[in-house]
Design a protein around this ligand. Structure first.
Ligand code: CP
Length: 301
């Protein structure tokens, strides 16, 4: 079975650092025709702006060509074709598959039926490993290191696949965590157990202001309406946090605000022009990191 990227655990610490280093080279020189003749399939069963477009841009910048879909209504899935058959077909057409799907575990399943590498571009509330790698890249770019940082994760820590993947990846780098979430959306026990097993310290709070001034990376997230089965539960927590420029007066000078985006109202627009906002540059970084991931999985080391 070819090597895929389904969970951040699929890459060792050395592989993670290799991807970050290669991405830094791609950032310096954005167009590299090293994948001429290759086909990258982007199959998206769920909406996306950044992930799909940055993967497609990454493939184009590497000289590959892109096929795929972002609306299953125009595919034979609308006629009832299974995920297995769809993935098997696409893997006959393309050299690598980038897939987003709402079901947890779907990406791992796809990697088991495909005969080409699969990159998980998000499977439900489970994992989003390419986002994690671009998050790590952005952390390192802003702090000049990955070790010994305080990462404050805010918002939907229960369903947020980006925070789950980032937590696991940062475990290589002796982090300290703060989990800021309403009780309904706290970090699930399995991730807290993961940290306890590795003796990685974490604090939990429901108040955004409580640890704002002792944070290196403030990782804001959206409360994801699409993950709630009961709309009343969503209504209770949807406006729980709103970061405003006025709250940033005493933060650490090196503090940077990351967000996987899209944002709804959890970061006020007046934060965008502060020296702490880094989320748009973070999204740009996705392109360089995804170039590095595609190249690596296709064997260009
Ligand atoms: N961060 C992220 O996954 O954004 P999209 O949903 O727009 O791809």
């Amino acid at each position: 079975m070819p090597k895929s990227l389904i969970s951040i655990h699929d890459f060792s610490k050395e592989e993670i650092l290799h991807i970050l280093d290669v991405a830094a080279e791609f950032e310096k020189d954005k167009s590299q025709n090293i994948l001429n003749g290759k086909i990258v399939a982007c199959i998206f069963f769920e909406p996306s702006t950044r992930t799909r477009l940055s993967f497609e841009t990454a493939a184009n910048r590497l000289g590959a060509r892109v096929i795929g879909f972002s609306d299953t209504g125009n595919t034979s899935i609308a006629k009832g074709e299974t995920l297995k058959d769809t993935v098997k077909m696409v893997s006959n057409y393309a050299d690598i598959i980038v897939m987003r799907h709402p079901l947890e575990g779907s990406a791992r399943y796809a990697s088991e039926v495909a005969n080409v590498p699969v990159i998980n571009a998000g499977d439900g509330a489970n994992q989003h490993p390419s986002q994690t790698l671009l998050d790590l890249y952005s952390v390192r770019q802003t702090q000049n290191r990955l070790n010994d940082l305080t990462i404050n994760m805010v918002g939907d820590l229960k369903y947020g696949r980006t925070v789950h993947s980032l937590l696991q990846a940062m475990s290589h780098f002796a982090p300290h965590f703060v989990f800021t979430a309403p009780n309904e959306l706290m970090m699930p026990d399995e991730y807290k157990t993961f940290l306890k097993d590795r003796k990685i310290p974490y604090l939990e709070t429901t108040q955004l202001i409580e640890h704002l001034n002792d944070t290196d990376i403030l990782y804001m997230t959206r409360v994801q309406q699409e993950r709630f089965s009961d709309p009343i539960d969503y209504e209770k927590v949807k406006n729980i946090y709103r970061l405003d420029a006025g709250m940033l007066g005493n933060v650490r000078k090196n503090m940077k605000i990351l967000h996987p985006l899209p944002r709804i109202n959890e970061i006020a627009a007046n934060v965008d022009n502060t020296p702490y906002a880094y989320y748009f540059k973070q999204a740009e970084n996705g392109m360089y990191v995804r170039m590095a991931i595609i190249a690596y999985l296709l064997g260009y080391k």
